[in-house]
Design a protein around this ligand. Structure first.
Ligand code: 7RM
Length: 654
């Protein structure tokens, strides 16, 4: 095997088949699963046509299923028309008008239950308000809001009239907001006076004012939802309160039927460096991915309460809060605040109070809660939970086991869902009633998803546990259509290798002997030690498997002899050793990793910290750790960092 492959040495053998109590009532059973896989492999295009016809309501049925004549600019269901908001709301009214669509809990404990009928009325009324402010099909609307139902109302209202929304996460700065507004040439900005988070007010409106003071020439109107009710300045002629904007507007608004390929939204991702990319999603294909995975992967059923903890500022909050659960006619829970207010039991208290049955969160949250011990979750009645999910980063087997035991009480399947902003919906994930799970693996691709692991030349790697590039070899409906305003960057970023035939995800992965996928980390983060290419994931998992370690990140730093040496940053369970150094423990951890993986993977340096540098969506920023490990100044952008203060400590300066 060529040295270009990424080596793997950490093999996890535990397996967890779904319990029959789960399987018996699951939507997708073994026979369904076999049939779906068979259909997708016999007639790929026919498979997707059938899903799109059965899961979505079309105004004009489509005949063209897939148009690949301008690859990689693919079109799905292009001659069909539909409306996304109609599919999420109106179509349920005949049978579910009084069913709760959204359960909301504010950080201060205020709650709201909103039925499908009420949500439809609110969306329609707000859509009329948007029209009254001159918003039309195709116009861009930026939404910069707290996690309150009005954020979903605003998104759905845009979809209802064919306006293209771009949600900007409320934790982003005024500068980031301005860049995104200007890149999209947005006509309108929807915000709130503020949001409640961590016991404080997030000053959303003042960030908007600052963004616009810096120049947002395309913005004509700002709508401001009243949430915190503290004093904020309103600019005459430009700013309107939400409650004033809807005053006198009808709660009926005919949905605007749009072509399936009509852009539903843009969502900016910062990527590894440089200018944020406006990931552009299409209406029909995106919604199909959203509804299908809510039904199949989350097994969403009529009496479920589905809580996805992601903010609507991320793709996860689009697909598993604002669109998917509603398109599937489910009940979703939305929580405004921080997980630690008033204490770190908040998530579990919410699950207990609202009888949450499906809980979906990120490994970073799981590790943070794990670090605090089992007593907190053990104090709550979590018996309503029947399914758990994870997304955002590879989950270390240790954290997986904790989630399984302490939260899932050993009876809930865990769906580890691999996907990206760009893919719009889950891609590699278990169907929970069918697939046995393994801690740390996202298992196998969903029916209709053609994922592969290939070498440098694009050849499929068939040897078990040899790492390579994770690619998608066939177009799929929920994929991004382009980068807003930059087709060329789209082609160069996602189709740069393999003659432009495969979608390049940017992750490294391996498949085990059962064909299960294991994500090894981002390709840019791969370590190269003495000619062995190692994914970051395995070394980190080995570290976290030690009883004293809660979280770890490893990066390479140049080494004269080995090419690269491994530098590990470790967060311990309990307190950090003075100055971030503990030679005794370092020796122990080095040996531990050596035993788990092999001497090659022993970290050369270990530095202990209280936390790791993370993006605002909880992903570890190894790029910054690399700078620090190399003793370089941090010159790159740190504005997407959640916890900037930690940098000094990581640098050994505090
Ligand atoms: C949904 C989301 C995408 C990147 C992706 C991976 C990593 C996401 C998993 C995962 C291992 C998972 N969108 N990633 N899910 N790695 N296992 N289950 O996170 O655009 O923000 O990030 O996240 O590297 O490429 S995203």
């Amino acid at each position: 095997m060529s040295s270009n492959n990424i080596d793997s040495a950490l093999i996890e053998n535990r397996q967890f088949p779904p319990a029959s109590e789960f399987t018996d009532r699951a939507r997708i059973k073994q026979a369904d699963f076999d049939r779906l896989h068979q259909q997708a492999s016999d007639d790929y295009v026919g498979f997707w046509a059938e899903q799109a016809r059965s899961m979505l309501d079309w105004q004009t049925p489509f005949n063209d299923v897939l148009d690949d004549s301008k690859a990689p600019h693919f079109k799905w269901f292009a001659d069909g028309t539909l409306n996304v908001s109609y599919n999420c709301l109106d179509r349920h009214l005949a049978s579910k008008a009084d069913k709760t669509a959204i359960i909301f809990e504010g950080e201060k404990g205020d709650t709201r239950h909103i039925t499908y009928q009420q949500l439809t009325d609110e969306v329609s009324q707000f859509a009329n308000a948007l029209k009254a402010k001159g918003i039309e099909k195709g116009d861009r609307v930026v939404i910069y809001m707290p996690m309150i139902p009005e954020a979903v109302v605003a998104m759905q209202a845009c979809a209802r009239i064919g306006a293209i929304h771009s949600v900007v996460f409320g934790g982003f700065s005024a500068e980031s907001l301005r860049d995104r507004i200007n890149d999209a040439s947005a006509k309108m900005l929807i915000t709130a006076d503020g949001g409640n988070r961590g016991g404080k007010i997030v000053e959303l409106k003042s960030a908007c004012d600052k963004a616009m003071a810096g120049g947002c020439p395309s913005i004509e109107h700002v709508i401001v939802c009243q949430r915190t009710q503290h004093d904020i300045p309103m600019q005459e002629g430009r700013d309107t309160w939400w409650h004033d904007a809807i005053k006198g507007q009808s709660s009926e608004c005919a949905p605007v039927w749009v072509e399936s390929e009509h852009p539903l939204f843009l969502l900016y991702t910062s990527g590894s460096t440089g200018k944020p990319k406006g990931i552009q999603h299409a209406s029909g294909g995106y919604l199909l991915g959203a509804v299908m995975t809510n039904l199949w992967v989350f097994d969403l059923q009529d009496n479920d309460i589905f809580w996805c903890t992601a903010d609507v500022g991320w793709i996860t909050g689009h697909t598993y809060v604002a669109y998917g659960p509603l398109a599937a006619g489910g009940t979703l829970l939305m929580y405004e605040g921080a997980p630690t207010v008033p204490d770190a039991g908040r998530f579990w208290r919410i699950c207990e109070t609202h009888r949450v049955s499906i809980f979906y969160t990120a490994p970073t949250a799981i590790r943070a809660l794990m670090k605090l011990g089992d007593d907190l979750p053990n104090n709550y009645d979590l018996s309503s939970i029947r399914l758990l999910g994870t997304v955002g980063e590879p989950i270390n087997p240790e954290a997986w086991m904790w989630y399984h035991k302490v939260i899932g009480r050993e009876h809930c399947p865990i769906v580890d869902t691999w996907w990206q902003t760009e893919t719009g919906a889950n891609m590699i994930a278990p169907l929970p009633g069918v697939i046995a799970t393994k801690p740390g693996s996202c298992t196998i691709p969903l029916p209709g998803i053609a994922a592969d692991v290939v070498d440098e030349n694009g050849n499929s790697i068939t040897e078990a546990n040899k790492g390579g590039y994770l690619v998608i070899t066939k177009p799929f409906p929920s994929m991004l259509r382009t980068i807003w305003g930059d087709d060329q960057r789209y082609v160069e970023t996602y189709w740069p290798k393999f003659d432009g035939k495969y979608y390049l995800a940017g992750d490294s992965a391996r498949r085990d002997a059962d064909g299960y996928f294991w994500i090894m980390g981002r390709i840019d983060d791969v370590l190269n030690v003495s000619g062995h290419r190692l994914g970051t994931m395995e070394v980190e998992s080995a570290l976290v498997a030690h009883e004293r370690v809660a979280e770890a990140a490893v990066v390479g730093r140049p080494d004269d002899i080995k090419g690269e040496a491994i530098f590990a940053y470790v967060v311990l369970r309990g307190t950090r050793p003075p100055d971030g150094i503990d030679e005794e423990l370092t020796k122990e951890l080095r040996n531990w990793v050596g035993e788990q993986i092999g001497p090659i993977a022993k970290p050369d340096n270990i530095r202990y910290a209280d936390n790791l540098p993370k993006t605002r969506s909880g992903k570890i920023m190894r790029r910054l750790l690399r700078n620090i490990a190399c003793g370089e100044d941090i010159t790159s952008d740190t504005s997407t960092l959640e916890n900037e203060d930690i940098l000094l400590q990581l640098q050994g300066k505090s």
